[in-house]
Design a protein around this ligand. Structure first.
Ligand SMILES: [Zn+2]
Ligand SMILES: [Zn+2]
Length: 133
């Protein structure tokens, strides 16, 4: 496969996007392997900065021919030059991409834990128990 063109992404070239490489990592060529479905060379000064690498061409487009979620996800890394940070999340929003649950910011617990006295049936205070409020 090698280098492919994503029509919809062309306009991002002026923002640092370079292209998509399929079938390996652009640094090592076709047939090289890596763990994730895809990755982005998004950090300043990294070799081939601006490139998105995708392992399998099956992951490039959705059934309707639009770029896959994976590609948008990696594009957001390129444009934000960031990992899964607020900057990247903001870029995903800008691109109109939904965030998968695992990339959402972890919310703080919606409850507090307090100690409340625990009473025995006879009315005697027995100790403390934790309660969510
Ligand atoms: Zn790569
Ligand atoms: Zn990512």
């Amino acid at each position: 496969m090698g280098v492919i063109h994503i029509q919809k992404f062309e306009k991002y070239k002026k923002e640092g996007y370079m292209g998509v490489f399929v079938g390996g990592c652009v640094n090592r060529g076709e047939g090289s392997s890596f763990r994730a479905q895809g990755h982005a060379h998004c950090f300043k000064g990294s070799t081939n900065e601006g490139w998105i690498c995708v392992r399998s061409k099956k992951r490039l487009f959705m059934a309707n021919g639009k770029p896959s979620r994976l590609l948008w996800h990696e594009l957001a890394h390129i444009l934000s030059k960031a990992g899964h940070t607020d900057k990247w999340r903001a870029k995903m929003k800008e691109l109109g991409q939904p965030l998968e649950a695992r990339y959402k910011k972890k919310k703080r617990l919606a409850y507090r834990v307090i100690n409340v006295p625990y009473f025995l049936p006879c009315g005697k205070r027995y100790g403390w128990v934790k309660k969510r409020v």
